[in-house]
Design a protein around this ligand. Structure first.
Ligand SMILES: *[C@@H]1O[C@H](CO)[C@@H](O)[C@H](O)[C@H]1NC(C)=O
Ligand SMILES: *[C@@H]1O[C@H](CO)[C@@H](O)[C@H](O)[C@H]1NC(C)=O
Ligand SMILES: *[C@@H]1O[C@H](CO)[C@@H](O)[C@H](O)[C@H]1NC(C)=O
Ligand SMILES: *[C@@H]1O[C@H](CO)[C@@H](O)[C@H](O)[C@H]1NC(C)=O
Ligand SMILES: *[C@@H]1O[C@H](CO)[C@@H](O)[C@H](O)[C@H]1NC(C)=O
Ligand SMILES: *[C@@H]1O[C@H](CO)[C@@H](O)[C@H](O)[C@H]1NC(C)=O
Ligand SMILES: *[C@@H]1O[C@H](CO)[C@@H](O)[C@H](O)[C@H]1NC(C)=O
Ligand SMILES: *[C@@H]1O[C@H](CO)[C@@H](O)[C@H](O)[C@H]1NC(C)=O
Ligand SMILES: *[C@@H]1O[C@H](CO)[C@@H](O)[C@H](O)[C@H]1NC(C)=O
Length: 836
């Protein structure tokens, strides 16, 4: 628009406002043309006239706030029939209707289009409420038409939203097509009267957000909604109509609710001082608000959104456990196989703070209360859930029952109502002994993990029963053996465990989840510092304890390579390996998430005077065998053939039952080098545990792990670190010391005094012999891990060990010399780049 035109328009407006500002009516004699003419409500609140929205040049008849400087249109007459020029005129036509004409054409572009009985002498009046009414100019002055019955995208105070069953009129709010086009858009806000009436925001015909059912004071999906000194609201649900009206207690307060074409519902208030609109409220707010986010029979808990916000209702399991695992809840949950819930001891489990599921197919009975509601639901086997209808009136009025899928439920931290879900007798016992199913946003373990756990337990139980039986058979035969398991038997058990755990891919955790779990990697949560980075203890939202290994940045791998590696390594499942739960990769950060083991590592027991007596001889043998089986699995039974390269006491963790679990396996793989046998330029490992060929030449193979195992075995039975200083033999370490005494037939003297007399000399000496076999100088002389396991588990003649290799300490005490370099001998893992 050019400036001259503007000036003319402003002058015209001034002139007009002088002339016709008091005119709030359109009559047969007084009509408005598209030349700046407007009619203004008597209190100068709203104006009616022609406008062009946004950058459009099309002309529309609309209503806007007279006093709000930025033109804010609240109603449009000819939404889908714009006038393309300035020839439009709005007048009372011959039939008494209010009509918009294009020039002198006889057919209107838009019309109130009602058939008027009685006098056709009508007037149209714009009211201070923003309502444009068509009245018959007779004594009754009956309103024959009003704009409030035909809302566009704005719900004004005192405007009804909802439908009249008597007249069939349904007042719905529909978005514009765009800020430039007030035509009827895809989004609508409307009451759905079926079942127990609810308000919905739709995109097309698909619900986007369910404002929910009326709970007596507010909508179930708007817990923040309150009647207060500014807003009041009245909900009508009768045989004649279902509607909601929002009011304001002070009419000078300017507020409007808008359905935006982007699929959001917004309430704005006008700030008179600052002269701008304030967004007072909007919806949907979080992902749990999106309709059916967790699918049928699942519900959404925003508190858990860092993990997975969807949970199946009690008695239900995910329809697709894989999608569920990948955090896609859309397909929801299905009834879990179980006992009948029909007259079979079933009952109800309470879900607190719920937005009740979609009530469009629910039954409602306002004449009974919650107690009778339970009875009613229990009696009818198709009833899957019940709740109070008006939960917020007088402690609950009425009864809602559901008879099909439970759709679009969610919970709030502090709002919402109780919802009761029908479960079978087993679940009833399970949940009721555990107390309320869901309290203050803290949730019981998800059903999935419960089932997975259950299967694992079953598998373990099965294995231990087999083992016990075998043990008894062995005992009867009275053969010499440390453990009662054979390799063959083991692998059967492993398969069972494998199956039960193989449930989807490795989960990737968000950095935010891990940061929250570890209190932002606080030093208080730090469990230790390994060669690959610090380890933190963490607690996930569901209460699960985890250990987080934050890898040092230079892993020498790209992100994809790293991911591939992790996915492979996570597949290694063995009871003597620490279980990897997932990982986290975000930018520079790479983290591995493991099960948390409360008992720390083996070194904190065997090398600690006060704790070493907690591990008696039997326990130590079990630990040795467990470690051996774990390594064997890495070397041979897993598909990957992993060489650990950093076996040591501090890398063996103990679970609550003191079962050993090897940690840090696969680290060498992650940090480069995945051959079965080879040379590396990066030596990872810990002096004292490193085989000579590896420490000095970077040559590694499964036999370098066997060497480390031998050192570890000797440490466990003697209770001494390999680096221990022996005054009688100052240049030696534990391996050398044991060898010397073995040669003198005095190896029994090396036994850990903390074992008191819990040990058997034969068994002890057998262990010394196996340990010495493992640390022999030449890798080819050392047994394989499967031989080691066999030797440990069976009575068999053992070969005599040859002279071991051990790195001789220098006089500097804590430092050692190798031909290529020096490093610290303490237990920290070292990484040494060798010059080759
Ligand atoms: C309508 O107006 C146009 C010019 O604006 C004129 O040419 C035409 O004759 C008019 N038609 C009638 C029916 O008055
Ligand atoms: C008025 O209503 C009639 C019938 O309901 C319809 O055929 C006609 O197109 C409408 N006219 C306008 C201008 O909306
Ligand atoms: C309304 O009716 C009254 C009395 O019948 C009449 O005096 C007045 O002019 C009418 N007003 C309009 C706008 O038609
Ligand atoms: C819808 O919302 C967007 C973003 O807030 C805004 O730019 C647009 O003008 C709104 N549409 C209408 C018709 O008010
Ligand atoms: C709205 O409807 C139009 C036409 O039917 C379609 O092209 C558009 O994608 C729809 N927009 C949304 C957000 O659904
Ligand atoms: C809100 O309160 C005002 C003033 O008390 C009253 O006139 C109006 O009817 C109430 N509106 C609703 C929707 O309850
Ligand atoms: C309504 O609000 C206006 C402006 O905030 C204030 O001046 C007036 O006293 C209020 N009226 C009532 C009845 O509270
Ligand atoms: C059904 O209940 C009985 C008795 O409580 C129980 O023994 C049985 O295992 C249950 N069956 C299923 C499939 O849960
Ligand atoms: C159970 O409830 C459903 C839904 O209200 C109803 O159709 C059915 O007849 C009821 N069954 C019994 C046995 O009352």
């Amino acid at each position: 628009m050019n400036p001259v035109k503007w000036l003319v328009r402003i002058l015209f407006l001034l002139f007009l406002s002088h002339l016709s500002i008091s005119a709030d009516t359109i009559t047969v004699d007084h009509f408005i043309r598209d030349n700046g003419e407007v009619v203004v409500s008597s209190g100068k609140v709203f104006a009616l006239g022609f406008f062009s929205p946004g950058s459009s040049r099309n002309r529309y008849v609309g209503i806007w706030y007279f006093q709000v400087p930025e033109q804010t249109v609240v109603w449009v007459a000819n939404r889908d029939n714009p006038v393309k020029d300035n020839s439009g005129n709005l007048r009372i036509d011959g039939r008494g209707n209010l009509a918009l004409f294009h020039g002198n054409q006889t057919l209107p572009v838009w019309s109130s289009n009602i058939s008027i009985t009685g006098t056709r002498n009508t007037i149209a009046q714009i009211l201070d409420s923003g309502n444009l009414v068509l009245l018959q100019n007779d004594t009754g002055r009956a309103v024959v038409w009003q704009s409030f019955d035909y809302p566009t995208n704005t719900l004004l105070p005192f405007m009804k939203l909802g439908l009249s069953f008597r007249t069939g009129l349904n007042r719905i709010i529909t978005s514009w097509k765009s800020p430039d086009d007030p035509g009827i858009g895809n989004c609508s806000y409307r009451i759905n009267p079926s079942g127990f009436p609810q308000l919905y925001l739709y995109i097309g015909s698909a619900p986007r957000w369910r404002t929910g059912s009326w709970t007596g004071r507010r909508w179930s999906g708007v817990p923040e909604m309150t009647s207060n000194y500014i807003f009041n609201v009245s909900f009508v649900n009768t045989a004649d109509e279902v509607s909601i009206t929002y009011g304001v207690t002070n009419s000078s307060f300017i507020t409007r609710m808008v359905t935006n074409e982007t699929g959001i519902q917004q309430r704005f208030t006008w700030n008179r001082e600052a002269k701008h609109w304030i967004e007072f409220w909007d919806a949907p707010k979080d992902q749990c608000d999106f309709y059916g986010h967790c699918g049928p029979n699942g519900y959404c808990n925003p508190v858990h959104s860092d993990v997975f916000e969807c949970t199946c209702f009690p008695g239900f399991v995910p329809k697709s456990s894989q999608e569920w695992y990948l955090r896609d809840g859309g397909r929801g949950c299905v009834k879990k196989p179980g006992n009948s819930t029909c007259q079979n001891g079933e009952g109800f489990v309470k879900v607190e703070h719920a937005k009740v599921p979609d009530t469009s197919a629910a039954r409602v009975d306002m004449s009974i209360g919650l107690k009778q509601c339970e009875v009613k639901c229990l009696r009818n086997c198709s009833c899957v859930a019940y709740a109070s209808a008006y939960a917020e009136s007088d402690g609950g009025i009425g009864c809602l029952t559901w008879h099909g899928d439970l759709v679009d439920a969610r919970t709030y931290t502090d709002a919402g109502q109780d919802l009761y879900i029908r479960v079978d007798a087993n679940d009833l016992a399970r949940y009721t002994t555990k107390g309320p199913f869901h309290k203050k946003g803290v949730l019981a373990i998800t059903i999935v993990s419960a089932i997975v756990l259950f299967l694992i337990l079953l598998a373990l139980l099965h294995c231990s029963v087999r083992r016990l039986r075998k043990a008894e058979r062995r005992k009867r035969k009275n053969t010499f053996s440390f453990t009662s398991s054979s390799l063959f038997e083991d692998s059967i058990c492993e398969k069972e465990i494998d199956e039960s755990r193989r449930n989807g891919d490795l989960p990737f955790f968000d950095l935010s989840t891990i940061a929250a779990a570890t209190n932002n990697f606080s030093t208080d949560n730090k469990l230790g510092q390994g060669g690959f980075g610090p380890v933190y203890k963490g607690v996930l939202f569901n209460g699960k304890e985890i250990a987080v290994k934050r890898l040092s940045k230079h892993s020498g791998q790209g992100v994809q390579e790293f991911k591939n590696e992790i996915v492979l390594i996570a597949k290694l499942q063995h009871r003597n390996l620490v279980r990897m739960l997932g990982c986290c990769i975000e930018g520079e950060e790479k983290m591995l998430i493991y099960e948390f083991l409360p008992n720390k590592s083996l070194d904190s027991f065997i090398f600690d005077d006060s704790k070493s007596s907690l591990l008696d001889w039997k326990k130590r043998l079990e630990i040795i065998c467990g470690i051996a089986r774990g390594i064997l699995y890495l070397h041979q039974d897993s598909r990957l053939r992993i060489i650990h390269r950093d076996l040591k006491a501090s890398n063996v963790l103990l679970d609550a039952e003191m079962n050993p679990k090897i940690s840090d396996f696969g680290m060498a793989r992650i940090f480069g080098g995945d051959q079965i046998e080879g040379d590396t330029k990066r030596v990872v490992g810990t002096y004292g545990y490193m085989s000579p060929e590896y420490a000095m030449h970077g040559h590694f193979s499964t036999k370098s792990d066997v060497y480390s195992f031998g050192v570890l075995l000797l440490e466990i039975i003697t209770g001494k670190k390999n680096s221990t200083y022996f005054p009688d033999n100052p240049s030696s370490n534990l391996v050398g010391h044991v060898w010397d005494l073995w040669e003198e037939d005095k190896a029994i003297e090396t036994v850990d005094s903390a074992l008191a007399d819990s040990y058997s000399a034969d068994e002890f000496l057998k262990c010394v012999q196996i340990g010495l076999l493992c640390v022999q100088e030449h890798a080819t002389d050392r047994p394989t891990m499967s031989t080691v396991v066999f030797m440990l588990s069976n009575e068999t003649a053992l070969p005599l060990p040859k002279q071991p290799a051990f790195i001789v300490k220098t006089q500097k005490g804590d430092e050692i010399s190798t031909s290529e370099g020096t490093g610290s001998v303490n237990d920290a893992t070292i990484t040494m780049v060798q010059a080759r």
